[in-house]
Write a protein that binds this ligand. Structure first.
Ligand code: AMP
Length: 463
């Protein structure tokens, strides 16, 4: 079948000549690719696969959604080929259990015409089943670092035959503080004759340092400049002065079930994820679930699978829970709150517009968040256009408490940038206290307790 050239995410015309056959993959893999419906390799696959097949170590700078998983899995599967012995010969490390499960599933699908044994290993569930799976024989282990070390410490897994090692989403691993665990693993996985690859959406200093420890004379392939967003994603901002207006906007958008077919809503915290879930469930559509780190593994997996299959229309998620999960054909990503870790914006909106498909990423922004949006625009080197609010959206007045919180946060931001800045809010706070009244307020105790608790909060509340 003749294949059309297409414009890849970094605006480079990919030759219609490059096919999976050109990589000289074996028949089993080509059949599995056909079954998965992959017709043409994506740009990262075109660049990375030949280098990995030739045995090079590799740094792949590519965001999720570019096809990076198959870019390292296909050469790895070519090398590991078929089941052999009982000890793992390839090791893939990933930051979260969702990502581990997803990589393992991809590997299962791509190796469906082989007898390879792929075992996912992650925390949050009992060790017994995983211990048994490893003991029964494994060719490829896909793991989070913590669980893998736990298994290693109790001699449940041996690394002595590992010949290929991949670290995926290395930047996420650094953010989540896994560097010491990675280092411990690198000490015990034999490095002789080992081929290594590291994939990361961004290359902060810590990741660069890790590449020096982990890789030998690596080749580097880069698909989009660090922290750029795929061209296929339409991005927009809605200016929403407060929480209630955000809810009204969410309501207005989600009522359009035809356009908003498969939606992920991102929040900064578990609490707002739960609140939004309740609101949507009650007022808009019961076809909604939430994933965050307080949900047990089964609940997260179920929600994720239902959403992936299309049984669930709306998924509410926090960044940690959603990291790296592969959900295709998401029509919309809604950032109910702007992420403070700016790279998370890139990760979040990478859930839509995957593998050259179009998607929309809409961000709800209140006055403090405008500041973070400007920083995100700097990072992605792109201005995000402001969209008019749909007519039916009622703009609510900002309640006093929320207004005060916004002022406090603005002061906090400005003071961080300029320590000499004396914010309006803080000036007010420093006025001499009015002469103390003799009588103790009725609720003095509760106010005191509240103050004590709040000192822990970043944006400290004052009474
Ligand atoms: P990844 O960046 O590896 O998370 O992949 C993003 C999405 O693209 C996943 O849904 C993959 O199944 C899909 N994908 C990967 N490679 C191809 C390809 N060559 N053709 C079509 N879809 C692909």
């Amino acid at each position: 079948m003749a294949q059309k050239p297409y414009l890849c995410s970094h605006l480079q015309l990919i030759s219609p000549m490059t096919t999976f056959q050109d990589f000289k993959l074996n028949r089993q893999l080509l059949d599995a690719l056909a079954e998965k419906g992959y017709q043409t390799p994506t740009p990262i696959q075109i660049k990375a696969i030949p280098l990995l097949l030739a045995g090079h170590d590799l740094i792949g700078v590519a965001q999720t959604g570019t096809g990076k998983t198959a870019a390292y899995l296909l050469p790895l599967l070519m090398k590991v080929k078929y089941a052999q012995g009982s000890l793992p010969r390839a090791l893939i490390l990933a930051p979260t259990r969702e990502l581990v499960m997803q990589i393992a599933e991809n590997a299962q699908e791509l190796s469906r015409y082989t007898d390879l044994r792929i075992v996912p290993l992650y925390g949050g569930v009992g060790m017994k089943a995983q211990r048994e799976a490893v003991a029964a024989g494994v060719d490829i282990a896909v793991a989070t670092t913590g669980r893998l070390l736990d298994l290693y410490k109790e001699n449940a897994i041996s690394f002595k035959l590992i010949q290929t090692m991949v670290i995926d989403e290395a930047d996420r691993m650094m953010d989540m503080g896994f560097l010491p665990q990675i280092r411990s693993l690198l000490e015990v996985v034999p490095s002789k004759k080992r081929q290594n690859a590291l994939f990361s959406a961004t290359m902060p200093e810590k990741v660069t340092a890790l590449t020096q420890e982990f890789l030998e004379f690596p080749e580097r392939v880069e698909i989009t400049p660090p922290a750029t967003t795929a061209q296929t994603i339409k991005q927009g901002i809605y200016e929403t002065p407060n929480f209630k207006t955000k809810i009204n906007l969410l309501d207005a958008l989600l009522q359009d079930k035809e356009q908003f077919k498969k939606v992920i809503i991102f929040t900064k915290t578990k609490e707002s994820a739960n609140n939004i879930l309740k609101f949507i469930h009650r007022k808009i559509d019961p076809n909604v679930k939430v994933i965050h780190s307080n949900k047990d593994q089964n609940a997260r997996t179920n929600a994720f699978e239902e959403f992936q299959k299309g049984d669930l229309r709306i998924l509410v998620a926090t960044d940690v829970a959603a990291r790296g999960i592969d959900i295709s054909e998401v029509s919309h990503v809604i950032n109910f709150e702007v992420p403070i870790q700016y790279e998370d914006y890139v990760h979040r909106i990478g859930r839509t517009g995957r593998a050259e498909k179009e998607g929309e990423a809409l961000t709800f922004v209140h006055p403090v968040e405008q500041y973070h949006v400007r920083k995100i625009e700097k990072l992605i080197k792109k201005n995000i256009p402001t969209l008019p609010l749909p007519e039916q959206v009622v703009i609510e007045p900002t309640p006093y408490e929320e207004q005060q919180e916004i002022l406090r946060q603005l002061d906090y931001i400005k003071q961080r940038e300029d320590p000499t800045y004396q914010g309006a809010f803080h000036r007010k706070k420093r006025r001499p206290a009015p002469v103390a009244k003799k009588t103790k307020p009725k609720n003095a105790k509760s106010i005191k307790n509240k103050g004590a608790k709040d000192t822990k909060s970043k944006f400290r509340k004052t009474n």
